[in-house]
Ligand binder design. Structure first.
Ligand SMILES: Nc1ncnc2c1ncn2[C@@H]1O[C@H](COP(=O)(O)OP(=O)(O)OP(=O)(O)O)[C@@H](O)[C@H]1O
Ligand SMILES: [Mg+2]
Length: 249
């Protein structure tokens, strides 16, 4: 994926996107853009379409109409492999390969891309350290990991080949509050070192405020407010956003 097009500031641009699941028209002419090198949090009640938004961006769900541009390039369905490789994706349910240990799960894509072994080891150890995973944990198989540990392995895996876009679907949710705070801090540090476009789905407004530059609030398939964290928290666009902020901060 070309990430260096001059003058092109958007990593992702969804224009007039509609999505239908059988009878359910989830999105109707939705517009959404993700700036490069910034973290955007998506928040909204269960079933409003947050995961579907992420799946549109990585090509797992095809829109019924509308267009998707990544770094200025219009995408056709299905997305090609190079495009998919440029999009890291970590989900709440993790989906690690059971027959590979944590290290092998994290390293898989780099191996497929023929990275040198020393390069792989350096990158895995950098990411594992960032997520607070010890060497002993890296030798374990998924069934030997706790939910929070497995989730952090999934996060490392999504970051392994330095994707230009990172999609996190409740990817910190299984981590206990103290570890989560550390992971947040390390994630922000990593973001300073390797800035990329991040879209983070969360139910936790505090997490959104701490980590994100921007917040998008969704309600029933619509983005009801999208702006800088300070704007959304200071000037909520409707009662729903106001309640979200009041109840969670
Ligand atoms: N493959 C599918 N087929 C039919 N309906 C679907 C499908 N995937 C999602 N939906 C429906 O689309 C709506 C949005 O789902 P989505 O998973 O995007 O919600 P969400 O905002 O991520 O919710 P949650 O916070 O519970 O994860 C829901 O009503 C869901 O039941
Ligand atoms: Mg979801």
């Amino acid at each position: 994926m070309n990430t260096t097009k001059p003058g092109d500031e958007l990593a992702v641009e969804l224009s007039q996107i509609s999505v239908k699941y059988q009878q359910l028209e989830l999105f109707s002419r939705l517009d959404f853009a993700l700036p490069q090198q910034q973290i955007t949090a998506v928040i909204g009640e269960s079933g409003c379409g947050k995961s579907t938004l992420l799946k549109l961006i990585n090509g797992l769900v095809a829109p019924t109409s509308g267009s998707i541009r990544l770094f200025g390039q219009a995408q056709t369905q299905p997305f090609n492999n190079t495009t998919r490789r440029g999009i890291g994706y970590a989900v709440q349910q993790i989906g690690l390969f059971p027959h590979l240990n944590a290290f092998e799960n994290i390293a898989l894509l780099a191996k497929l891309d023929n990275w040198q072994q020393t390069e792989i080891e350096q990158r895995v150890s950098y990411l594992a350290d960032c997520m607070g995973l010890t060497i002993t944990l890296l030798e374990r198989y998924p069934h030997q990991l706790s939910g929070g540990q497995a989730q952090r392995v999934g996060l490392c895996r999504s970051l392994m080949v330095k994707p230009a876009v990172l999609l996190l679907d409740e990817a910190f949710s299984a981590v206990d509050p103290i570890t989560r705070k550390e992971v947040h801090d390390r994630f922000l540090q990593l973001h300073q070192e390797e800035p990329r476009a991040v879209l983070l789905v969360t139910h936790d407004m505090r997490e959104a405020v701490k980590i994100a530059d921007k917040i998008a609030v969704m309600q029933e398939g619509k983005i009801v407010q999208h702006g800088a964290v300070s704007t959304v928290t200071a000037q909520p666009a409707n009662d729903y956003v106001a309640r979200l902020i009041k109840d969670h901060i």
